[in-house]
Design a protein around this ligand. Structure first.
Ligand code: ADP
Ligand code: MG
Length: 590
């Protein structure tokens, strides 16, 4: 955070010196391009960090620009307060859009197209609605920024606009160094995982969209004062695609990238367009193609890679939770589970799940009365993973009910299951590949108590329940906390995901094939570790597994799922001697 503030201060100083040294024309260019850079950073915050492909950053930008133009013309003395107001206008526009669009969980392409179409529609509207917008020619003669009856000179305004744009960029640049920055990257790269950790991902995305809108709105107000006019083209296709180009060329997911992208392309345009007027548009197209092909990550990340210095991110400091109140109620909090009041750990009653005409689960009833270590087995395609999905809210079912610790959870979201204590490891490891091992664990620990602003304010020092730290230590992951999660071996990814499941509010642990990719020795070690966790914390665990040696080593009880039903249930010995089970395994496996 200090680094971001220092960089911002240095840039502001450099902008002032540049303006003083090169004077009028160049200073004016710098201020305009810094406004564009702020607009690009707003897109980057929304797209590069949060994964929302918005081609409509011009909506908050343009609406705030028109509003500021109107207010400044009617009451020039209000131009400074209106700068702050413009951020609110931008935030309001983006929040309304976010709520309308993102709550329906559309795909990235749909969000991109919808926002672009809305922006182009507004361009048309602004052309038609002459009384308010001035029609095709727009609003002209917008006064310069001023206060107390004094209007700034052109030169002073250029410096002010440059500095204010840098301040706004720095605010957002600081925001992404906070824990929320890691969470946004998590949502961008694996929304399903984040939801399973307890994050209300849709709410956080709307928040990010709103913050991006505030920056775009602020940039819109700066723009309109700087250029003294605004026309419908502010919503147009050309600017919309340019912002994407600046961000892509500079490098998404870095704040410096879009700033450099916007500055470099605009200065190059301004200088080269005079010389090669007719070729310049073609040249920008070629630059775009070249960057996408040669440096798909953009200038800044590619340069960092070349220099062997990947982006340095703030790393969380993991410390053992002193008490359960300190931690997000890890397995140690089992006592608070209402299992003492005789409510079952979970109950799935008469669950039906079909995909089209294919009936996968046809009346499955599965109950865990008391904290047990239960294995769920069955042939491939029997629906074991789907059943775990239903028990953790990843998927709904057509009929039937799901209760967790006595509370009705049918039809609830995955984050609601997670906040009630259901922790999940998926069949194929679901990690935040781009973040470090430590960041993955910290994100898991924050998940069940996480509002966006709390994630901005909270510290990186993170209390982690002891069982999660034990797993990290026993698997030597604790010596590789800085390593990128995506670079771990398959077996280590499994362990990290188990540690993450234990780092949250874990009162029921669901593990889908945890030993896949592990050696025989590792898998026996896993069995011992899971038994120990179960015994010392009275933690209820469900494990989907194939490996009979592992199952014999861990399970209190085994449930067999086949033909859409539970066909057997009992101790390992009972299930193994069941003729029905033998017939199914003989038919499928041999
Ligand atoms: P298991 O974990 O027991 O191997 P799964 O729960 O993964 O079984 O899935 C069982 C079968 O259900 C799959 O083989 C597939 O045919 C079907 N299935 C699962 N998810 C979907 C889906 N989203 N759409 C269509 N079919 C699905
Ligand atoms: Mg499966």
């Amino acid at each position: 955070m200090r680094r971001a503030l220092a960089t911002g201060a240095a840039c502001a100083l450099a902008a002032v010196v540049f303006s003083g040294a090169f004077g009028g024309y160049r200073s004016g260019q710098l201020s305009l391009f810094l406004v564009f850079a702020a607009l690009a950073v707003s897109l980057d915050f929304v797209w590069g960090y949060s994964g929302i492909l918005s081609l409509g950053q011009l909506l908050p930008f343009g609406i705030a620009a028109y509003t500021s133009a109107k207010v400044a013309t009617a009451a020039p003395s209000l131009s400074l307060p209106m700068l702050v107001g413009s951020a609110a206008v931008g935030a309001g526009v983006a929040a309304a859009l976010g709520v309308a669009i993102l709550r329906r969980r559309p795909s990235a392409v749909v969000v991109g197209l919808l926002t672009l179409v809305l922006s182009l529609t507004l361009e048309q509207l602004a052309e038609q609605w002459r009384d308010v917008t001035g029609g095709f020619n727009g609003l002209t003669g917008v006064p310069r920024l001023g206060a107390l009856g004094i209007e700034l000179s052109d030169a002073a305004q250029d410096v002010a606009v440059s500095v204010l744009a840098i301040v706004a960029i720095t605010v957002v640049g600081t925001l992404v160094t906070r824990p929320i920055g890691a969470v946004l990257i998590g949502i961008r790269s694996n929304e399903r995982r984040m939801e399973a950790l307890g994050y209300k991902t849709v709410q956080i995305k709307i928040w990010a969209f709103t913050v991006g809108g505030a920056l775009a709105g602020f940039a819109g107000a700066l723009y309109v004062h700087r250029t003294s006019f605004v026309s419908p083209q502010i919503f147009g296709f050309s600017l919309a695609t340019s912002v994407v180009l600046w961000t892509l060329v500079g490098g998404r997911g870095t704040i410096v990238g879009p700033v450099i992208g916007a500055m470099a392309i605009n200065f190059a345009s301004a200088t080269l367009a005079d010389v090669w007027l007719q070729y310049w548009t073609l040249a920008t197209g070629l630059i775009f193609v070249a960057v996408v092909v040669v440096m798909p990550h953009g200038l800044v990340p590619s340069a960092q890679r070349l220099a062997g210095r990947p982006a340095r991110r703030q790393q969380p400091n993991l410390r053992p939770a002193a008490t359960d109140a300190d931690a997000p109620s890890g397995p140690g909090a089992g006592a608070e589970a209402p299992s003492a009041d005789a409510a079952a750990v979970f109950e799935a009653r008469d669950v039906h799940k079909s995909f089209g005409f294919f009936r996968l689960l046809d009346g499955v009833t599965l109950t865990m009365e008391d904290a047990e270590l239960r294995c769920l087995i069955g042939p491939n395609g029997a629906g074991k993973s789907t059943l775990l999905d239903i028990l953790s809210g990843q998927q709904g079912c057509q009929s039937g009910r799901v209760l967790v610790f006595g509370a009705e959870h049918t039809g609830r979201h995955a984050w609601e299951f997670a906040r009630h204590g259901v922790s999940r490891k998926f069949q194929s490891p679901q990690l935040i590949d781009d973040l470090s091992v430590a960041a993955n664990v910290a994100i898991a620990a924050w998940g069940t108590r996480s509002s966006p602003w709390a994630l901005v304010r909270r510290s990186w020092s993170t209390a982690v329940p002891r069982p999660a730290l034990e797993v990290l230590e026993r698997t030597q992951l604790s010596e590789r906390l800085d390593m990128r999660a995506g670079d771990l071996s398959h077996g280590d990814k499994q362990w990290l995901e188990i540690a993450m499941a234990l780092a949250g509010r874990c009162r029921l642990l669901l593990l889908d094939e945890p030993t896949a990719g592990m050696t025989v020795a590792e898998s026996l070690e896993a069995a011992a570790l899971l038994r120990e966790l179960h015994r010392s914390h009275r933690l209820p665990i469900v494990i989907v597994e194939h490996d009979m040696a592992f199952i014999r080593a861990v399970a209190d009880r085994v449930t067999v799922l086949a033909r859409g039903e539970v066909i057997a249930d009992g101790t390992v010995a009972e299930v193994e001697s069941d003729p029905d089970v033998q017939a199914i395994y003989a038919g499928v496996d041999s």
